[in-house]
Design a protein around this ligand. Structure first.
Ligand code: CS2
Length: 489
């Protein structure tokens, strides 16, 4: 089957939106680390908007930090791919032209450093997932015994981590008399900019104190909140799009209409005149916290409970009335811990979130969201629970989500279907749960695991008792029964 490419653009059906700019004139202004589906449906589209608006400085050189899979999808297509926006009955296809090249970092580390150190590069964006920062999820300290980080602490000749690439490239820029780039974390971490800055400075200091000082003084690491639901693309999605386009697009992404990128007004160089979907603001934290605790907190609860109940998709979980009440209760609990920005109407935001979760055409898998729970729980659920406990408020629904995460670690759902626990801490967690004889012991082991649970919260007897109650119900009766306790009586 012929692949999508520059040559095939003219032959696409008339209703497919295409780049309106001359791609040969675009300069590479952005380097992106970690090109997965999320980047292609989020930041790349917003830079593509800038290109479509006539500002041709914002082409993207993207990098995979591990596998060549995305390069093999995109390079034969001249970097082009389709973004399919699905909402109930409607579907819109747009070809995004912003990605100019894809580098597989382990195969061409010097090419990636050179791209990041090029004079035209003004912005480096990252979607490397929570675990890519090499920071302890509970304390935020550099995980020095991580093998890749340990290698970068020794030498940056061939960096292994994203912070390693940033330090190597910033060193190159400093030596060349160039200003630093603005480094923008686009992962769902609280204070993601500060975390990235901390990781970069800690690593830089170990190599060259003067470099670290220069980065601290001249660099910029704005905080951001990113939001768009981007389910993993399936072979069926590609087959259906091939029928529609008449060419095959192996790099397509599917997503929802909603898109939001809130960026702290802290750039050390040029930036595009961003269009709709991007807000530049002084304070990102309140946005970030509301999104992490409402959207992502509910998502994780839906993922573990739905996954345990053998329900594949988010919208199918929410077809259960008790699951909706569970989510609303979790939101009632989380909402009181927020200091929402004045522009955010929380009630309307909650209604909009529920409608987004209900989108039946997205087919967002519970198993996808269940990944990397140890990295996600602290900011999505545990911080919220700690804040509720501090003010003497209930934590029933939030704790059920945490208990469901613990239950998920057993590796099978309530019907006995096996799943892989895809998590960087899966092995130590399985070992500690395996060594625990009773439900009480399992809860005690997790609460004592300070890589995930902050010690003060882990020592709280109220939290312990609620977790034991929920985990007992999950172990004996299953997730459906636990959710049913949220039925209106
Ligand atoms: C999801 C997020 O997979 C997950 O953990 O909760 O990727 C979520 O879809 C996005 O944060 C939405 O902006």
């Amino acid at each position: 089957m012929t692949r999508l490419s520059s040559q095939m653009l003219a032959a696409l059906p008339a209703d497919v939106i295409r780049p309106n700019y001359d791609r040969s004139q675009v300069k590479p202004g952005v380097v992106h680390l970690g090109i997965g589906a999320f980047h292609r449906a989020h930041q790349a589209v917003l830079f593509d908007d800038a290109l479509n608006a006539g500002d041709l400085r914002w082409g993207i050189t993207a990098a995979s930090l591990r596998s060549p899979a995305v390069r093999n999808q995109m390079v034969p297509q001249d970097g082009l791919y389709t973004m399919l926006v699905r909402d109930g009955g409607s579907e819109q296809a747009r070809i995004v032209g912003a990605v100019q090249d894809v580098i597989v970092a382990p195969r061409a580390p010097q090419a990636l450093i050179a791209a990041m150190a090029a004079p035209d590069t003004h912005i480096v964006t990252l979607t490397i997932t929570e675990k890519g920062y090499k920071l302890d999820p509970a304390t935020g300290a550099l995980i020095e015994d991580d093998a890749q980080l340990a290698a970068d602490l020794l030498s940056l000749e061939q960096p292994q981590t994203a912070p390693g690439y940033i330090v190597a490239a910033l060193a190159r820029r400093k030596a060349a008399g160039l200003p630093p780039f603005t480094a923008i974390s686009c992962d769902n971490l609280p204070h993601n900019g500060t975390r990235l800055r901390n990781a970069v400075l800690a690593l830089a200091r170990r190599h060259d104190a003067a470099l670290a000082e220069w980065i601290a003084a001249e660099g910029a690491f704005p905080e951001t909140m990113v939001d768009r639901i981007v389910p993993a693309t399936t072979p069926d999605d590609i087959a259906a799009l091939t029928m529609r386009l008449g060419v095959e697009d192996q790099a397509m992404v599917k997503t929802e209409p909603f898109i939001q990128w809130v960026i702290e007004d802290d750039f050390c160089g040029p930036r595009p005149d961003f269009g709709a979907g991007v807000q530049i603001t002084a304070a990102v934290a309140p946005w970030e916290e509301a999104k992490l605790r409402l959207l992502n907190g509910a998502h994780s609860g839906i993922a573990y409970l739905g996954g345990l109940a053998a329900i594949d998709y988010v919208h199918d979980v929410l077809a259960l009335p008790e699951a909706r009440i569970f989510v609303e209760t979790l939101w009632d609990e989380a909402e009181t811990t927020l200091s929402p920005p004045a522009e955010l109407d929380v009630a309307a935001y909650r209604r909009e979130l529920m409608a987004r979760f209900d989108n039946p055409t997205l087919r967002h898998r519970t198993h996808q969201i269940a990944m990397d729970g140890s990295q996600k729980l602290p900011q999505r659920l545990l911080a919220t629970i700690a804040a509720r406990i501090e003010t003497g408020q209930g934590i029933d629904a939030l704790s059920l989500a945490v208990a469901a995460w613990i239950r998920w670690q057993v590796g099978h759902d309530d019907l006995g279907n096996l799943h892989v626990v895809d998590d960087p801490l899966a092995v130590p967690i399985a070992a500690m749960l395996g060594a625990a004889a009773t439900t009480q012991d399992r809860v005690a082991a997790i609460l004592a695991f300070d890589a995930v649970v902050p010690p003060a919260l882990g020592a709280n007897p109220l939290f312990r008792d609620i977790l034991v109650r929920w985990l007992t119900i999950l172990e004996i009766y299953g997730a459906r029964a636990a959710l049913e306790t949220f039925r209106p009586n």
